[in-house]
Ligand binder design. Structure first.
Ligand code: AHR
Length: 503
C-alpha cells in the first residue's frame, strides 16, 4: 500500500452525539493539585478565597464541563465532614493513601465555589472504603437538600442557602485495588454500592451514580468484577467506571502510540459486560460508561518513591509531559470520541500539577503542558455528532500490538456551526502522511484552519522558563475541493482540521 491514508465519513452515519461531559477532568487531594494548584492564599493572583486566578484562566479556556473530586485513592480514607465549617476548626489528618498531612482547609463548599468560577459541574466521590451508607446519604442531604433538616441546615449555616445540586456521584474509587483503604471483593463492594445507591437516591432521586469498575483492564479480577458489581447494582446505578494510564518506560514510542488501541478494546469489553448483565436481568435499562480516569502517567514514578512521608502538599505525581505524550493523549481523545454512544463521562486525570495539563510554581507561574493542547482542541471543537470513520491506512506492528494504523482519526459534525472537525494523529515517526477525506453529504466545503502540534524532538517539554516550547501552530496547504478534503499530516503530529460545510 502506498504511504497515504483515506477516510470516508457521511453526515447521516452518526455514532452518537458527544456528551459535553466527555471533556471532564479530575482534582484529587493529592500532591499540589489543591494546595499550591487551584488554591493558594497569598499567591499574587489569588482572590479573597485563595483561588489562583492564573490557574482559573487556564482551566476556563479548556471549557471543562465536570470535575471529579476529592479522589481518587484519597477518598477512601476521607471524612467529608472534616472539610466543612469554620476553617480554623478543621482537623488535620494523616492521609494514608498518599502518606501526607491533610489540613482540610479546602473542602466541599470551597470546591463548589471554585467549580462555579471555572464553569464546571462537580462530580463528587463518596468514601466506600472506611465509610458507608450513612456518611454518603448525609453528604447528599448536606449538598442537595433545600433546608429544614440537620445536614441541609448546617449547609445553610455555613453560608450556602441554596443547595449545591451536585448531580453526579461516584460510589467509591477503585475498590478492586489492594492499595485502596478498605479494599473489597466484588461481592462486598457490590452489596455496599447497591445499598448506598438506594439511600442516596432516596435523599435526592435526581442524582446519577457511577459504580466502580475495575481500576484497570490488567487487574486479575477484570471482567468478573464488572459482572458481579452490576449483578448487585444494575437497577440502582447509571454508569460504570473505567480507568487507564499508559506510559513509555522502555522508550518504545511506536508501542506507546499504539496503546489507544488497547483503550478501544477495553471500552468495547466493558460495554459488552454491561449488556450481558442487561440481558441476564431482562432489563430495559442501558448502563453507560464513565471513563473517569485516563491519561499518561509514568514519568514521576521513581521520584515519588523517594518522597519523605507526612508532608503537606508535597510535589507528587508531577509528570512533565513530552511531545509524544501529547500524541498519546490525542489518540486517547479520538478513541473516547469514537465511543460517544456509550462513554458519556470521561475525566482527564488530573487537572493541575498532579499528572496534569496545567503546572504551577508555588508562589510563581502557571503554564500549559504539552497535553493541554489536544485536550483544548477536542473540548473546543469536538462537540456535536461523531461520524463513523471508515479508514484506510498503512499499518505497523509492535511487540504487543499489531496492525496499528499510522492514521488515528475521527470527525465530529457540529450542525449548529455548520462545521466538521477532523482530529487526526499521524503515528509515523519518520514520514508525513497525506490524507484524503471524503465528506459525504456535506456539499461543497472550505477549510477554516488546520492546527498542528508537532516538534522535531519528541521528548520536548514545556516548563516555567520555556512554557511555549511545544505549542500548536497553523499549517497551510489543506484544501477542500467540493466535499473532498486533502491535507498532509506531518510526521508524529496531532492535527485539527476544521471545515465549513455547505459553502
Ligand atoms: O489519579 C491518580 C490515582 O490513580 C488515583 O488516586 C487513583 O484512583 C488511581 O489509581
Amino acid at each position: 500500500m502506498s504511504h497515504q491514508a483515506a477516510m470516508i465519513v457521511d453526515r447521516d452515519f452518526v455514532i452518537g452525539r458527544v456528551d459535553d461531559r466527555l471533556f471532564g477532568s479530575f482534582i484529587e487531594h493529592l500532591g499540589r493539585a489543591v494546595y499550591g494548584g487551584i488554591y493558594e492564599p497569598g499567591h499574587p493572583t489569588a482572590d479573597e478565597r485563595g483561588f489562583r486566578r492564573d490557574v482559573l484562566e487556564l482551566v476556563k479556556a479548556l471549557r471543562v464541563p465536570i470535575i471529579r473530586y476529592p479522589g481518587g485513592n484519597f477518598v477512601s480514607g476521607y471524612d467529608w465532614r472534616d472539610g466543612i465549617g469554620p476553617k480554623e476548626e478543621r482537623k488535620r489528618r494523616l492521609e494514608l493513601a498518599w502518606r501526607t498531612i491533610e489540613t482540610n482547609q479546602f473542602g466541599m463548599n470551597e470546591f463548589v465555589d471554585w467549580c462555579r468560577e471555572a464553569g464546571s459541574q462537580v462530580m463528587w466521590a463518596v468514601n466506600l472504603g472506611t465509610q458507608g451508607i450513612d456518611e454518603a446519604r448525609a453528604a447528599v442531604e448536606y449538598a442537595n437538600h433545600p433546608s429544614g433538616t440537620y445536614w441541609s441546615d448546617l449547609r445553610v449555616k455555613h453560608g450556602y442557602s441554596k443547595p449545591h445540586n451536585i448531580k453526579v456521584w461516584c460510589l467509591g474509587n477503585e475498590m478492586d485495588g489492594p492499595w485502596q483503604i478498605g479494599h473489597k471483593t466484588a461481592e462486598e463492594y457490590g452489596r455496599l454500592a447497591c445499598e448506598t445507591a438506594k439511600a442516596m437516591k432516596w435523599v435526592d432521586p435526581s442524582i446519577e451514580l457511577v459504580a466502580c469498575g475495575s481500576s484497570g483492564a490488567g487487574m486479575p479480577t477484570f471482567g468478573e468484577w464488572e459482572a458481579t458489581v452490576l449483578d448487585h447494582t444494575y437497577e440502582h446505578v447509571d454508569y460504570l467506571s473505567l480507568h487507564t494510564y499508559y506510559g513509555n518506560p522502555d522508550n518504545d514510542t511506536p508501542l506507546f502510540l499504539a496503546r489507544s488501541l488497547q483503550m478501544d478494546e477495553f471500552i468495547r469489553t466493558v460495554a459488552a459486560i454491561c449488556d450481558y448483565i442487561k440481558a441476564k436481568k431482562r432489563s430495559k435499562k442501558t448502563i453507560y460508561l464513565s471513563f473517569d480516569e485516563w491519561n499518561v502517567w509514568f514519568h514521576s514514578h521513581e521520584q515519588d518513591k523517594k518522597l519523605e512521608p507526612w508532608q503537606i502538599a508535597p510535589p507528587q505525581l508531577e509528570d512533565i509531559y513530552t511531545m509524544e505524550d501529547a500524541l498519546v493523549v490525542g489518540c486517547m481523545l479520538i478513541t473516547l470520541l469514537k465511543h460517544a454512544d456509550r462513554v458519556k463521562i470521561a475525566c482527564l486525570a488530573q487537572l493541575v500539577n498532579v499528572i496534569a495539563p496545567i503546572m504551577t510554581e508555588n508562589g510563581g507561574k502557571a503554564w500549559a503542558q504539552t497535553i493541554y493542547y489536544p485536550f483544548l482542541h477536542a473540548s473546543l471543537h469536538g462537540r456535536g455528532n461523531v461520524l463513523v470513520p471508515l479508514i484506510r491506512s498503512p499499518k505497523y506492528d509492535t511487540k504487543e500490538v499489531t496492525d496499528v494504523p499510522y492514521l488515528e482519526a475521527v470527525a465530529v459534525h457540529n450542525e449548529e456551526a455548520g462545521e466538521v472537525t477532523v482530529f487526526a494523529v499521524n503515528r509515523d515517526l519518520e514520514k508525513p502522511l497525506p490524507l484524503s477525506v471524503d465528506l459525504r453529504g456535506f456539499g461543497s466545503c472550505r477549510v477554516i484552519e488546520h492546527l498542528v502540534l508537532e516538534h522535531d524532538d519528541l521528548k520536548a517539554v514545556n516548563d516555567a522558563q520555556n512554557p511555549d516550547r511545544v505549542r500548536p501552530h497553523a499549517r497551510s496547504g489543506a484544501k477542500a475541493d467540493g466535499s473532498r478534503l486533502e491535507a498532509v499530516l506531518g510526521k508524529a503530529s496531532w492535527n485539527v482540521i476544521r471545515v465549513k460545510t455547505g459553502v
